[in-house]
Design a binder for this molecule. Structure first.
Ligand code: ADE
Length: 224
């Protein structure tokens, strides 16, 4: 899989995308994440990529030309399954969307900034707009990092135990059951007896009941 991220602030992305599981997935060749500085596609001698909005509102808008040049240059090199724009207006990111995107070969994620991007780019080049929640970030970079993380960890081989990505919270619309590790007794705080019983089938059933109960209590909307 390949993810191309276009941004005006590459520095925000390099940290989160080059640690832990995302770093290892790239080293193993499961994914290539390429960050592109939008300013490299500017035609302006000062590498300017934004301008004032028509209509006189406050703030700056990312211009069509550098974005078009960046996306066109990537599209000349390969076909893309989706060209995603990170925006609070978009469909709300969730586990089913992460699952779907993880099956694709090539993705572009365009990070918005300032007041946004020229709307003509959204009309003509963007295939999908995604929000990571109902709040406004200063830019789309953190949203791109969140989506990339959720997608890459699903790639086969990215997580040591193949089962563990499937048993995550939300993967079957249920929250994950509680987990414990040694010691079984810490300051008198006991691990549930059943988990020490060695009785595989009963343990799985207990976990399922815990998941169901936690979902009922904490996220009943998931059961609808
Ligand atoms: N850009 C600004 N806010 C955002 C959000 N909530 N989700 C995705 N991109 C954004």
């Amino acid at each position: 899989m390949r993810i191309d991220i276009i941004t005006v602030i590459p520095e925000i992305l390099t940290g989160p995308l080059n640690q832990s599981i995302l770093k290892r997935a790239q080293e193993k060749g499961l994914v290539k994440i390429q960050i592109h500085n939008l300013r490299d596609y500017s035609v302006d001698k000062h590498r300017k990529v934004d301008d004032y909005p028509f209509g006189g509102q406050a703030g700056m808008v990312l211009q069509c030309e550098p974005i078009d040049r960046a996306i066109s240059s990537l599209k000349e090199q390969r076909d893309y399954d989706e060209i995603i724009y990170t925006s609070p207006d978009g469909e709300k990111f969730n586990q089913p969307i992460a699952n779907q995107l993880s099956l694709y070969e090539n993705l572009i994620i365009l990070c918005g900034h300032y007041k946004g991007i020229d709307y003509r780019i959204r009309e003509h080049l963007i295939t999908r707009e995604i929000s990571i929640g109902d709040y406004v970030l200063t830019g789309g970079e953190l949203a791109a990092a969140v989506m990339s993380d959720a997608i890459v960890r699903l790639l086969p081989g990215a997580i040591g135990d193949e089962q563990s990505a499937l048993s995550d919270s939300f993967q079957d619309n249920l929250l994950a059951p509680p987990v414990y590790t040694r010691p079984a007794d810490y300051k008198g705080w006991q691990v549930p007896e059943i988990l020490l019983s060695g009785h595989e089938a009963k343990i799985r059933e207990w976990e399922f009941q815990q998941s169901l109960e936690r979902t009922r209590q904490l996220r009943p909307d998931l059961l609808d």
